[in-house]
Design a binder for this molecule. Structure first.
Ligand code: GDP
Length: 460
C-alpha cells in the first residue's frame, strides 16, 4: 500500500441537476491543475492564495470561460485526504459539471476511482479503517440512530477504544520481552500477577466491544428476519403494517406471495431486514414450491423469525407442521397471533413450543404492533451505550478482528495459568495485538482495503 503521487479529480456532489456541484482535486499537483481551470476575480493565482479561504472566479474550459464559481485550497496535511486539495464549486447542471471536470483532466488530473479521496485519507494516516467504514455508513444512513452510530465511528470512538486496548497489550508484551532477555533476573516490568491482571483488563474490554456488536449490527447492518406462516395468516399485511406503507402485494388467494422480498424496516432504534416468504407448506405447484424452498433458506439464515398464525382460528395441519419445523430453528422466534380484531384463541400456547414472545396483533387495525416492535428491540438492543465515549463495532470485519484478539488473549491467560513462562504468553499477546490492529487497518492487506473503498461512490 504505497502512497500514490498522482493527482486525481472527481465530482463530489451527487450526479444530477442542482444548485451547485463541487469538483474535488487532490494530489501534489492539485493547486497547479486548479490554476489552469479557475481564475480568481482578484487576479491572484490559487498557488498564492491563503488556505481554507473561498474565492470567487471564472472557470475556463481550454480558453473559453464556461462558468463562474468559488474555489478553496486546502494544503497538506490539513485537508480531508492529507494532500493538497482544491474544491471548485460551479453551477450544478449535469453538462456544465462534466465540462468543469473534463477541464481538470485536460489540466493534468486523472479521474478518481470510487472512494479514492477517502482511501488517500486512510493511506496518509488521516483516518483509520474503522473511521473510513463509518464514513460510508454515514453516507448510507437512513435513520437517526445510524447517523449517531456512524458519526461516532467517523470521529474515531471505536478507533480509540481499540487503541487503548492495544496500549495495554503492548505494555504487557514489552514486559514479557524483558523476561526473554533476562529470564533469571527479576527485570520484568510486571510481576506474573500484574501481567495476569493486565490480561484480564484487556479481556474485559474486548468482551465489552464484542457485546457492542449486537447493537452495532442491529442499527447498522440490520437484523435478518424471516416472516413465516401458512398462506392467508396475514404475513404480507403484517409486513405492510410494520413498514407503514403498502409495499408487498397483498392478495386473498392462498400461496400467491411467491417471491422472498427483502425490505428494510426501522423498528425503533434498530433496522430489520425482512424476508417476507411464501410460507412453509407442502405444495405441488412448481412456481410456488420455488418460493417455499427460498423461504426455508430464509428461515435457516434468519436471526429472528416472526411466525405468523391466524390467532382467530383453530390450528391447521400446516400450522402444526410449521411449529415442528420451528422447533429446530436456533434463533429467537416470536409467535405473532394475527387477526386479533376477529377475537383471539391463542392456540400457540398449547403447543409446547418455546417462543421468545407471543404477541397478539392485528395487521388490520395496528393493535399489538407497538408491543411487537418493543419485543424485537429488547431482543437485540440490550442496555444503553453512549456513542460519544464507547466504541461500538459496526460490521463483521471489525467483529472478526476483535474476536480473534480475544481468543489470543485467552490463550495467553491459559498459558500463564498452566504454568508456562511469561514469554509464551507474550507470543499470544503479540498475536492479539496484530489481530486488534486490523480494526484500524494497520495490519490489513491491500486487498481488504481495496474492497472496502470500492463500496464508496466516486467523488468520496
Ligand atoms: P399472507 O398470505 O400470509 O401473506 O396473508 P395476507 O397478508 O395476504 O392476508 C390474507 C388475508 O387476511 C387478506 O384478506 C387480509 O386482508 C386478511 N388479514 C390480514 N391481516 C388481518 C388482520 O389483522 N385482521 C383481519 N381481520 N384480516 C386480516
Amino acid at each position: 500500500m504505497g502512497t500514490d503521487h498522482s493527482t486525481v479529480s472527481a465530482v463530489s456532489t451527487p450526479h444530477g441537476r442542482g444548485g451547485i456541484a463541487v469538483i474535488r482535486i487532490s494530489g501534489e499537483a492539485a493547486v497547479a491543475v486548479a490554476d489552469r481551470v479557475f481564475f480568481a476575480g482578484n487576479g491572484a493565482a490559487l498557488a498564492d492564495m491563503e488556505s481554507n479561504r473561498m474565492v470567487w472566479g471564472a472557470i475556463r474550459y481550454e480558453d473559453e470561460q464556461i462558468d463562474d464559481g468559488m474555489a478553496v485550497v486546502f494544503r497538506a496535511p490539513h485537508s480531508y485526504t492529507g494532500e493538497d486539495t482544491v474544491e471548485i464549486s460551479c453551477h450544478g447542471g449535469v453538462f456544465i459539471t462534466q465540462k468543469v471536470l473534463e477541464a481538470t483532466f485536460l489540466a493534468g488530473a486523472q479521474p478518481a476511482g470510487p472512494g479514492e479521496f477517502t482511501k488517500r485519507a486512510f493511506l496518509n494516516g488521516k483516518l483509520g479503517l474503522s473511521q473510513a467504514e463509518a464514513v460510508i455508513d454515514l453516507i448510507d444512513a437512513e435513520n437517526m440512530e445510524k447517523v449517531r452510530l456512524a458519526g461516532a465511528g467517523a470521529r474515531g470512538t471505536l478507533k480509540r477504544a481499540a487503541e487503548e486496548i492495544c496500549l495495554l497489550l503492548r505494555d504487557a508484551v514489552s514486559s514479557t520481552y524483558a523476561y526473554i532477555d533476562f529470564p533469571d533476573e527479576d527485570l520484568t516490568d510486571m510481576t506474573r500477577e500484574e501481567l495476569l491482571s493486565a490480561i484480564d483488563t484487556a479481556d474485559t474490554r474486548l468482551c465489552r466491544l464484542i457485546d457492542s456488536y449486537s447493537l452495532g449490527r442491529a442499527v447498522n447492518e440490520g437484523i435478518r428476519c424471516a416472516i413465516v406462516g401458512r398462506p392467508n395468516t396475514g404475513k404480507s399485511s403484517l409486513l405492510n403494517a410494520l413498514m407503514g406503507e403498502d409495499r408487498a402485494i397483498v392478495t386473498e388467494i392462498a400461496g400467491t406471495t411467491r417471491d422472498v422480498l427483502e425490505e428494510r424496516i426501522n423498528i425503533g432504534r434498530m433496522m430489520l431486514r425482512v424476508s417476507d416468504t411464501a410460507g412453509i407448506r407442502e405444495t405441488d405447484d412448481v412456481v410456488e414450491r420455488l418460493g417455499v424452498a427460498r423461504s426455508i433458506r430464509a428461515l435457516s439464515e434468519a436471526e429472528v423469525v416472526l411466525a405468523v398464525f391466524d390467532g382467530s382460528s383453530e390450528a391447521a395441519d400446516e400450522d402444526r407442521a410449521l411449529l415442528e419445523r420451528l422447533a429446530d430453528v436456533r434463533c429467537p422466534v416470536i409467535a405473532v397471533l394475527n387477526k386479533a380484531d376477529l377475537g383471539a384463541r391463542r392456540f400457540v400456547a398449547d403447543t409446547g413450543c418455546s417462543f421468545a414472545a407471543e404477541i397478539a396483533v392485528s395487521a388490520k387495525n395496528g393493535e399489538g404492533l407497538e408491543q411487537l416492535r418493543a419485543s424485537l428491540e429488547s431482543l437485540f438492543l440490550r442496555g444503553e451505550i453512549d456513542y460519544h465515549t464507547e466504541g461500538v463495532i459496526a460490521n463483521a470485519r471489525q467483529y472478526a478482528a476483535v474476536c480473534a484478539a480475544r481468543e489470543h488473549v485467552r490463550h495467553a491467560r491459559a498459558a500463564l495459568c498452566e504454568g508456562f513462562t511469561q514469554d509464551i504468553a507474550g507470543m499470544d499477546l503479540e498475536l492479539a495485538l496484530g489481530a486488534l490492529s486490523e480494526v484500524d487497518g494497520r495490519a490489513v492487506t491491500g486487498e481488504v482495503v481495496d474492497t472496502i473503498f470500492h463500496n464508496f461512490c466516486v467523488g468520496k
